[in-house]
Design a protein around this ligand. Structure first.
Ligand code: PEP
Length: 287
C-alpha cells in the first residue's frame, strides 16, 4: 500500500530517509515521503518492577547513549513515578502515566486524574492500551473521552489501537481499527499532542512481532484514515508508532518503514540496554 504523506519542501526529514518518490494516488500523481514528525519511543513498564528493579533500570537508562532527536517516554507504574521523576535523566527521557481517569478529581476511589498528572509534572499518558480494553472493559468511547479530557488538561496522549488475531483472521481488522479511530476523531479537537500506537493484540507480549510489511500496511491505512477525516496536514504530522514484541533485534527493520514513526515497547523496555538500542534504531529518522 502507498503512504499518502505529501511532500512539503521544509517538512521532510533529512534526504537520507525522506527520499521523495512519485506514486499514483486516486487518479493523480502524488509525491509521497516519510514522516516529518519526530521519532517517538515509549517504554510501557506495565505493572512490573520493585523498588530495587526500578532503581537498577533507571541507572541503566541514565548510562545509555540515546539520540537527542527522538522523543523517549518512559511509563512506570504510578507508585514509582515519583522516584523515576527524581532520578531519570530529564535531558534524555520524559515520563508518562499508563492510564488516567475519564474526568476531573472527585470521589473516584483508586483512580488518578489527568489534572493530577499534569499537576505532578507528567507530560504524557498512555490511554486505550489493549490490556485496559480487554481487562478493564474500556470501550472505544471511554478511551476517546479519556483522551479528549487528558488533552484538554494539557497532557500529550499515546492512544492505542489494534485488532485481535480473530478480528484480523476474520477480515474485520480495518473495521475494528475504523471504530477505534472514529471514536477518537469524534472527541479529539486538537491532534497536535496525540501519538497513535498501533498495537496488534496478537503481537503484544507474545514474541510474535508484526512483519515490517504488516505494520507498514496498517500504519499507512491509519494515516489515510486520518487524512480523510482530519486533513493532510494533521495526517502528515501525526506520529503513528508500532507496538507488539518490539525488541533490540527486530526494531531496525521496522523503523525504516515509511509510516512507522517510532515504537511503544513493553517487555524490552524493562531492559535498559535493549531499550536504548531500540531508541537508537531511529537512525537518520532522529531529527
Ligand atoms: C505493550 O504492552 O504496549 C507492548 C507492546 O508490549 P510488548 O512489547 O511486550 O509486546
Amino acid at each position: 500500500m502507498l503512504a499518502t504523506r505529501s511532500l512539503r519542501a521544509s517538512g521532510c526529514r533529512s534526504p537520507a530517509v525522506t527520499q521523495p518518490r512519485l506514486a499514483l494516488g486516486r487518479g493523480r500523481l502524488e509525491i509521497v515521503c516519510a514522516s516529518n514528525a519526530k521519532f517517538f519511543v515509549g517504554g510501557n513498564w506495565k505493572c512490573n518492577g520493585s523498588v530495587a528493579s526500578v532503581r537498577k533500570l533507571v541507572d541503566e537508562l541514565n548510562s545509555g547513549s540515546v539520540p537527542r532527536g527522538v522523543d523517549i517516554v518512559c511509563a512506570p507504574p504510578f507508585i514509582y513515578i515519583d522516584y523515576v521523576m527524581q532520578h531519570l535523566d530529564k535531558d534524555k527521557y520524559q515520563l508518562a502515566a499508563q492510564n488516567c481517569w475519564i474526568g476531573g478529581n472527585g470521589a473516584y476511589t483508586g483512580e488518578v486524574s489527568a489534572e493530577q498528572l499534569q499537576d505532578f509534572g507528567l507530560p504524557w499518558v498512555i490511554l486505550g492500551h489493549s490490556e485496559r480494553r480487554s481487562l478493564c472493559g474500556e470501550t472505544n468511547q471511554v478511551v476517546a473521552k479519556k483522551t479528549a479530557h487528558a488533552l484538554d488538561v494539557g497532557l500529550g496522549v499515546i492512544a492505542c489501537v489494534g485488532e485481535t488475531l480473530d478480528q484480523r483472521n476474520s477480515g474485520a481488522m480495518f473495521q475494528v481499527l475504523d471504530g477505534q479511530m472514529q471514536a477518537l476523531v469524534d472527541e479529539v479537537k486538537d491532534w497536535s499532542k496525540v501519538v497513535i500506537a498501533y498495537e496488534p493484540v496478537w503481537a503484544i507480549g507474545t514474541g510474535v512481532v508484526a512483519t515490517p510489511e504488516q505494520a507498514q500496511e496498517v500504519h499507512a491505512y491509519l494515516r489515510r484514515f486520518c487524512q480523510s477525516k482530519l486533513g493532510t496536514s494533521v495526517a502528515d504530522q501525526l506520529r503513528i508508532i508500532y507496538g507488539g514484541s518490539v525488541n533490540d533485534a527486530n526494531c531496525k527493520e521496522l523503523s525504516v518503514q515509511e509510516d512507522i514513526d517510532g515504537f511503544l515497547v513493553g517487555g524490552a523496555s524493562l531492559k535498559g540496554s535493549a531499550f536504548v538500542t531500540i531508541c537508537n534504531s531511529a537512525g537518520p529518522k532522529a531529527k
